[in-house]
Design a protein. Structure first.
Length: 281
């Protein structure tokens, strides 16, 4: 039997990095997780154990920390681009670099109208993300957000779906819609203010979710993506993933009480998973 190595890559995952930037009157705290992946001419490393073309994953980790000192000063996208530039410029055997960054957001605490100089509170489960992919000719940047827990208590229903012998779900015109949304969008170009763009796009996603009259999670997902493309010309496409965090009305009749859509069982599993990509037509 003959065998042939086809797709392959390697890298360093979960490089957890915290940085304190000390300004004259306050500290700035940033915390990120970086994944590095390299593709290139590594066949003999797999087939012969020849490591002469391998940049050790420990070296990749050290590079992230070392370059963060001077070059992680603004957006995670800008830092990801700097990292990918470094790896591809200094390693001729590498044909493509992928940098995947997640930022764990913190906000300075405020008391009595005054912002504390160095005390922070976490921003909740929602995290900003950046995915930079660079080869010898092109570079693409995807920004995004994940673990964005959003919910509304009405303006959502689910009716007129297929019913067969296994269907037990009741139709409803009024339900809780909750999801832990993940979204990522591809920029047409890479010269913009990434932090400002991400904040504006996140606001569009949230506003659309809040005011959209939802007939299904699928419809709301599409409306959110469509609104981003309409309002932000720098976005080429957007992908969304919206797991349906079910809130099931509890049976109060067994206690002689009525449930007027106000008492629910919150469930994590199993859950519906809806995803889609919306592009410019």
């Amino acid at each position: 039997m003959s065998a042939k190595l086809t797709l392959n890559s390697y890298g360093k995952n979960a490089v957890n990095l915290s940085k304190v930037i000390r300004h004259a009157d306050h500290h700035e705290f940033r915390q990120i997780t970086v994944n590095v992946s390299l593709e290139g001419n590594f066949t003999t490393a797999y087939t012969e154990g020849d490591n002469t073309k391998i940049l050790a994953t420990d070296t990749q980790k050290n590079t992230v920390y070392a370059l963060a000192k001077e070059h992680f000063t603004s957006s995670i996208e800008a830092f990801g681009i700097y990292l990918s530039d470094h790896f591809i410029a200094n390693n001729p055997q590498v044909t493509q670099v992928t940098i995947d960054i997640t930022e764990h957001g913190y906000t300075r605490m405020a008391f009595d109208g005054s912002v504390h100089a160095h005390a922070y509170i976490g921003n909740g489960p929602g995290k900003n993300t950046a995915l930079v992919v660079q080869d010898r000719e092109n570079i693409t940047v995807r920004s995004g957000v994940k673990d964005l827990l959003i919910l509304k208590t009405t303006d959502s229903g689910f009716e007129n779906f297929i019913r067969d012998e296994y269907t037990s779900l009741k139709e409803t015109a009024d339900r809780i819609l909750a999801t832990q949304c993940a979204a990522s969008w591809l920029y047409i170009s890479n010269g913009q203010d990434f932090e400002a763009c991400a904040a504006a796009i996140r606001n569009t996603l949230l506003k659309t979710f809040a005011f959209h009259k939802s007939l299904s999670v699928q419809q709301t997902l599409y409306a959110m993506g469509e609104a981003v493309l309409q309002e932000h010309s720098m976005v080429k496409e957007i992908s969304l993933q919206m797991p349906n965090k079910h809130h099931i009305p509890f049976n109060m009749e067994q206690f002689g009480l009525s449930n007027k859509n106000d008492i629910f069982i919150a469930t994590d599993e199993p859950y519906g998973l809806i995803h889609g990509t919306i592009t410019r037509g």
